[in-house]
Design a protein around this ligand. Structure first.
Ligand SMILES: [Zn+2]
Length: 162
């Protein structure tokens, strides 16, 4: 995503909006497959010795749910993208490394298909699992009774010694 410095009016900003090929984002490295292009809407301006850009980015990706192992699609949205790049004497600056970094930061390390709250992951624990604590309580009772029984057991009187 290159911005030509001549495009930028001095003392003002230029609004750039459009779509870019998502291949340079290298999303596959993070286990996500891009679905469609990267969409961007940026204001770019010149500051002291550098170029700044603010705006938002959106990239649809396909990931695999860690719970049910089903692929699902999700929008990665950077709604407060902001970066500043030092001028190096070139006629243009490339925003791709900064864009890539911000998108990657938002990719979940453990993607779940229900992360957006729109659907329920089929790999949810069954409702019956909630009764587990009660069962544990019940299972613990015999041990308590056993301990009480031992306390109440009178000392052995006359039982045959071996
Ligand atoms: Zn799932």
């Amino acid at each position: 995503m290159k911005v030509h410095l001549r495009q930028i009016p001095s003392g003002s900003t230029i609004h750039l909006e459009g779509e870019e090929d998502s291949a340079p984002l290298e999303l596959e490295q993070a286990g996500a497959e891009p679905v469609g292009p990267l969409e961007y809407s940026l204001d770019v301006g010149l500051s002291d010795g550098g170029v700044f850009a603010t705006g938002n980015l959106a990239q649809r990706v396909r990931m695999t749910c860690v719970a049910c192992l089903e692929p699902f699609e999700s929008d990665i949205i950077v709604d407060r993208f902001a970066t500043q790049i030092e001028l190096t004497g070139n006629e243009s600056v490339d925003l791709t490394p900064e864009v890539r970094e911000d998108i990657h930061l938002l990719l979940p390390a453990h993607p779940r298909c229900d992360q957006g709250g729109e659907k329920t992951c089929p790999a949810q624990f069954p409702a019956g699992a909630r009764t587990a604590p009660m069962q544990t309580e019940r299972a613990a009772r015999p041990a308590i009774w056993e301990a009480l029984d031992q306390l109440n057991t009178p000392p052995s009187d006359g039982s045959p010694k071996t």
